[in-house]
Design a protein around this ligand. Structure first.
Ligand code: SF4
Ligand code: SF4
Length: 220
């Protein structure tokens, strides 16, 4: 508690309560209390970059363009992410899927996809705007580079790699399913027909073996 000066004529001011003799004695070293108590706490110093830094699961890092379970791309080139971006950091150019080159379910796919990380403020508005959950943000924050051009990420830098069991596009959609069915999660692996289509046109495709075993799993 503070008290007022007893002199009524003196200008009003506040003073600290006087310390007792013990507090006075320890006052010069009291400031060390925080330091000394810290000796016994766990060390929190991050050893980055020698050890990977830990971030929270919802940390907004580098973007990723996702795929469906059969390998088709989720991006349909609608440009909503680009329109939602307050920093004008995204460029999308769509193209039409054709029977011989189907990259995503539906009519169109993202042919050109760029994110300029010199502009991006990692606000996440783009991922909120994406209607197919094609665009999400990963926990990767290691984006420092030595030249500005390398901070413009192209589609191949952002596209998720093929996971185990996926079939590399282009290939047709699962027979009898619509793009809405894809969105509802009804595709869980490539089908025999999709695999046969790719085998006929690209027999050397590296994703065929893993897609065949995933298709067998689903049929079992
Ligand atoms: S995170 Fe924000 S600033 Fe970055 S690309 Fe998405 S909308 Fe634009
Ligand atoms: S990432 Fe999503 S919002 Fe952006 S163009 Fe592709 S589908 Fe549309």
């Amino acid at each position: 508690m503070s008290k007022k000066s007893p002199d009524k004529d003196a200008p009003m001011r506040f003073e600290h309560d006087p310390k007792g003799p013990i507090a006075e004695f320890f006052a010069p070293v009291a400031g060390y209390g925080v330091t000394i108590s810290s000796f016994f706490r766990p060390t929190v110093t991050e050893q980055y970059p020698r050890e990977p830094a830990r971030v929270q699961p919802r940390f907004h890092g580098r973007h990723r363009l996702n795929r469906y379970a059969d390998g088709l791309e989720k991006c349909i080139g609608c440009e909503l992410c680009a329109w939602a971006c307050p920093a004008d950091a995204i460029l999308v150019e769509a193209a039409s899927n054709t029977p011989e080159a189907q990259y995503s379910p539906g009519e169109r796919f993202g042919n050109v996809y760029q994110i300029n990380y010199l502009r991006c403020i990692f606000c996440g508005m783009c991922i909120e705007a994406c209607p197919t959950r094609a665009l999400t943000m990963s926990n990767d924050f290691e984006l420092a580079v030595y030249d500005r051009a390398s901070d413009i990420y192209e589609k191949q830098d952002l596209l998720a790699p093929l996971a185990e069991g996926m079939l590399a596009p282009p290939h047709p959609m699962v027979e009898g399913l619509s793009d809405g069915d894809y969105y509802r999660g009804e595709v869980t692996a490539p089908t025999r027909e999709q695999i046969a289509w790719v085998k006929e046109r690209r027999p050397e495709d590296a994703s065929l073996a893993s897609a065949e075993s995933a298709a067998k799993e689903v049929r079992r």
